[in-house]
Design a protein around this ligand. Sequence first.
Ligand SMILES: [Zn+2]
Length: 291
Amino acid sequence: MILPDGSFPWPDGYRAAASFTFDVDAESCVLVNDPGASSRMSLMGHQAYGPRVGTPRLLRLLERQDIRATFFVPGYTAECYPDIVRAIVDGGHEIAHHGYLHEPMQGVDESTEAGYLDRGLEALARVGASPVGYRAPWWEMNWHTPRLLADRGFRYDSSLLDDDVPYRLASSGPGSASLIEIPVDWALDDWEQYAFYPGWTGSGVIEDPQKALRMWGLEARARHAEGGCFVLTNHPFLSGRPAKAHALEQLIEQTKDLEGMWVTTLQEIAAHAESVCGSARVPERISEVPA
Ligand SMILES: [Zn+2]
């Protein structure tokens, strides 16, 4: 539901929302494309830094700032680092689903994708987590994905890039089961700012954290002014490093200072959206591409 003035009905006392989210990809996003990368000691360490050093630093930061966040954890990360998953839960944060081995979903058929989802769910269940939220690896959704999520009882997804506020998404046709979509934005992902590893990823440029702070701060203020939803995606192997974490803490302070900004988990935003979003948006797939 959108109010007559075009704004989203946030809970009383709030005019916009912000959520700080962390994708704990660790080694999974490297190994899924190249299992042989396990032989690269330095690259594996670069990724393991996320759960080993970055996430504990970020948990301390979040505790200092007294906010709760959402952590998307691939099943393989949960198997390799069960203690850090428990530390995230102990900090009062949300654990959500992010594939098993961070599988690329582009072009994947429904039964294969269902297998990835279930394997991820089983791995998270073994560390005591039962997620209600999902984020597709690389934010790559297929047209059948919402149905797979609804079938498994997920309440929200945060992978699509087609709005500034949450909405109700039909899992298939009209009248089908629905879930809440909380959209994301590549401009609000630390990968684009900081990721660089020779022979694996990135442009070779690692941006100044003050530049990222400036850019994301402007996004937070603009979304606050419009009554929107600011969803930042960070990776502990990147933003868990000292200067980047320092800039992130400044951003959190600035965001908390915006009057009426609701800083919370995606699960809380989804629960509110469920209570105010009316009819579901049916995904419209282009059936015929002009020659
Ligand atoms: Zn990821």
